[in-house]
Design a protein around this ligand. Structure first.
Ligand code: GLN
Ligand code: ZN
Length: 769
């Protein structure tokens, strides 16, 4: 038996981040468009060659992008907002980048997962999370008058480019329904999906030209099939695929779904006149049963290698799992593939020479996943690979590094009392007031101060070993002291130490916890030219020793004013990591929560009266299907409470979240029961506080009154105005005054005047009462 192997997409960034460096050089005017285009061409050729060499039967094309594949689609169909000045014909590279980054050429400031407009010129398109991944796409903006025209047939160009290199590919196209569903209407109440009829001829032409050029299959991605779809959207799918089938009958469509279960959309999916269906059997293995009943002429692509995580697959188990399908349907109607595009995993484990051998033996990055597929596709010839995979799986399952009995026992012993503060907020708040003696409308910041080039240089010198630990420490102390002095001087009420010692809000903790590993080269695209190296959580998590107490003590020793302890919460740590797949996410989260709880208690013991536990990414982890939200929110909230509830009533627990769209999850936010929550509200004109008002949210809130994503310094009046709006929705006793988020990405020249103004706004408000 041999089954065809297929790939759905390969990382674009290059093994050595070639794409990033080429883009940055082009944007900085250090190289020309020709050089950039050449790099793109070289990367595509390399990727195709690699996949061929690995023996992949079906190789994708048009999976490459200079910035983002959704933006590529927007440009391909000529849906370019008029502000970018395009009329017709081919779209210039600089127009494309203006849509991605704004026409001022200033790179988007994204540290909380979305893009922010600022500066002069034309702002970039909005950016948001691609499904539940940490990849971000540029959101198409469509209005009722939108027309579409094919500006350049990108999939065709890619197909021909590969063909010239002797590789017959299956071009990848973002499906029209998913594209429209991801778009936002330019007008209130306008649903882009109503534009489908107008979009259809453009797609038909793309396909017809591909077919004429010799393409036999295309992969059309409709991941919207794993979302909750309206009747209208389901009807749109039926309509568009019937039409495409009629217009281009000779081209076979592999309809790709991924990131979840097709579920109630299955009848729709199976009714479409397509030749193939790809399903994600990693995220939703239960789908294998319904596939047994698939129509007899449908080719099934089984997504069985995890495209979202970095663990070596258990090849023998996979073969066993798909065996009934092979028996029933026959190998010739099956393909095996990664669950989704390999975009979401790092490129090549072989680059990672710093990891220990044992851990390395458990991992597979994109390149290794191609090997896994290949081995599965030819099981007769690959028994060695299969045996090796089994060995890796057994070794991981048995390793003492993965299993810590003490941690397991602690998690098993968690009970309700550990997740509940001794008294309710109504009682706590009085005790805290008496202890802290803060003025009305207390002022504070979210934690970090500018990570200046000095800070970064010093850190990198320390990591490289060119300065000693003592020198580095002295430098950090100097920075921290200056920050404390300055905060006192301008009259902030609650101080922070500034987080100068932290490289990143997750990595800093991960590096001090057991069960985490960090890589040197395992970059994954977050958006455009920004790549991240997520930590790998491979084993039971524990905290060998206090992580932040010394820094907090040092900062507090410098001042009489309260300094907040500053921690990252378990859900955020989890959501920004590659998480082990042999334990539920809820349990991994509980383990991290216990470690953070210990830190909270140590901070309290050291004298901290206020401790902030950031949950920047709590909302990011929401499942794709509404029906799964409650389960997630339940354990996410439990994890937070587990961190926060060990302290005395007098100790004030803060949390921070980098957004404010809480209307759908306000119950969960309230259930977290943080004494104070700071959120991002400045750009929404406080409208998003409505959720808190109508819920009658009782605890204290610091709605951000200054947009930290922009270099602009807001004046006192502007902040006062926002505070007035906030006071329409919150009581005075509830209201804290702070920026939207941490200030690490800003310059001191921007931060200083802005915070001076913020304190002035608070004082003005107090005086008029
Ligand atoms: N305490 C962190 C900081 O100020 C919070 C950052 C975040 O929420 N993204 O940097
Ligand atoms: Zn934030």
């Amino acid at each position: 038996m041999t089954i065809k192997t297929a790939n759905l997409g390969f990382p674009r960034i290059g093994k050595h981040r070639e794409l990033k460096f080429a883009l940055e050089s082009y944007w900085a005017d250090k190289s020309d468009a020709g050089a950039l285009l050449d790099i793109g061409k070289r990367l595509r050729a390399q990727n195709w060659a690699l996949q061929k060499e690995k023996g992949i039967d079906i190789i994708p094309s048009n999976d490459f992008s200079f910035y983002d594949h959704v933006l590529d689609t927007t440009v391909m169909i000529g849906a370019i907002p008029s502000a970018y000045g395009w009329k017709d014909g081919p779209v210039a590279l600089d127009t494309y980048f203006a849509m991605a980054r704004g026409s001022t050429g200033e790179e988007a400031h994204v540290d909380c997962g979305h893009q922010h407009h600022h500066g002069h010129g034309v702002p970039a398109l909005e950016m948001t999370k691609w499904f539940d991944t940490n990849y971000h796409y540029m959101v198409p903006e469509l209005g009722p008058d939108q027309s579409f025209a094919l500006t350049a047939n990108r999939p065709l160009d890619a197909f021909i480019e590969a063909k010239t290199l002797g590789i017959h590919t299956r071009p990848v196209i973002l499906g029209p329904v998913t594209f429209l569903k991801l778009a936002k209407g330019t007008e209130e109440g306008f649903a882009p999906i109503t534009l489908l009829e107008r979009l259809l001829p453009v797609y038909a032409r793309v396909l017809a030209e591909l077919s004429a050029a010799g393409a036999d299959w295309v992969q059309i991605d409709e991941p919207c099939l794993v979302l909750d779809l309206s009747g209208e959207e389901q009807a749109a799918l039926k309509h568009v695929y019937r039409a495409l089938h009629e217009l281009v009958p000779n081209l076979k469509i592999m309809l790709a779904t991924y990131f979840g279960n097709i579920g109630d959309n299955l009848p729709t999916a199976l009714s479409l006149p397509v030749s193939g269906l790809h399903v994600d059997l990693v995220r939703a293995p239960q789908q294998i049963d319904v596939l047994l009943e698939a129509p007899a002429d449908l080719t099934l692509s089984l997504g069985i290698i995890d495209g979202r995580n970095i663990w070596k697959a258990d090849l023998a188990a996979i073969l066993k799992k798909i065996e009934p399908l092979v028996q029933r349907i026959g190998a010739d109607r099956l393909q095996i593939a990664p669950s989704c595009s390999l975009l979401h995993v790092p490129i090549d484990l072989d680059l990672e020479t710093g990891l220990d051998e044992e851990l390395t033996s458990w991992l597979a990055f994109a390149t290794q996943k191609l090997d896994e597929l290949s081995a599965l596709g030819s099981p007769g010839g690959a028994s060695q690979a299969i045996a090796a995979a089994s060995e890796a799986v057994t070794s991981r399952a048995a390793s003492p590094r993965v299993h810590d009995l003490k941690v397991r026992q602690r998690v098993a012993a968690i009970d309700e009392t550990m997740m509940t503060r001794s008294s309710g907020f109504a009682e706590r708040t009085g005790l805290q007031e008496r202890k802290l003696r803060l003025p009305l409308f207390p002022t504070t910041t979210i934690g970090s101060f500018p990570q200046t080039s000095d800070v970064r240089k010093s850190r990198s010198a320390f990591t490289k070993g060119t300065i000693s630990e003592a020198d580095y420490d002295a430098f950090l102390k100097k920075e921290t002291e200056a920050a404390i002095r300055w905060q006192e001087e301008i009259g902030l009420d609650v101080l922070v130490h500034g987080e100068f010692e932290r490289n990143d809000m997750v990595q800093y903790f991960g590096e001090q916890l057991s069960g985490f590993a960090f890589t040197q080269h395992a970059w994954v695209q977050s958006y455009g030219s920004r790549y991240v190296r997520p930590p790998i959580i491979f084993g039971d998590v524990s905290r060998p020793k206090p992580m932040t107490v010394e820094w907090w003590c040092y900062a507090q020793s410098l001042t009489e004013k309260p300094v907040k302890g500053m921690l990252t919460g378990p859900v955020t740590i989890l959501n920004w990591s590659f998480v082990r797949d042999d334990l539920s996410r809820a349990d991994v989260s509980r383990q991290i929560a216990l470690a953070i709880r210990d830190e909270v208690l140590d901070l309290e013991k050291a004298g901290a009266a206020m401790i902030q536990i950031d949950e920047a990414a709590l909302r990011e982890g929401l499942p794709l299907r509404k029906a799964d939200w409650k389960t997630y929110l339940d354990w996410a909230v439990e994890s937070f409470r587990l961190c926060a509830s060990g302290v005395a009533d007098e100790t004030q627990i803060h949390t921070h979240m980098c957004y404010s769209e809480f209307n759908q999850i306000i119950d969960a936010i309230a259930a977290m029961d943080a004494d104070v929550i700071s959120i991002e509200t400045s750009r929404s004109k406080m409208e998003l506080l409505e959720a808190f008002r109508s819920y009658k949210y009782p605890n204290e809130i610091g709605p951000g009154i200054y947009d930290i994503h922009s270099p602009r310094v807001p004046d006192v009046e502007e902040m006062t105005e926002l505070l007035t709006l906030a006071r329409q929705r919150l009581t005075d006793g509830q209201l804290w005054i702070n920026p939207d988020c941490g200030l690490k990405t800003r310059k001191w020249e921007e931060v200083r005047p802005a915070l001076v103004n913020m304190v002035a706004a608070a004082k003005a408000l107090r005086s008029i009462g």
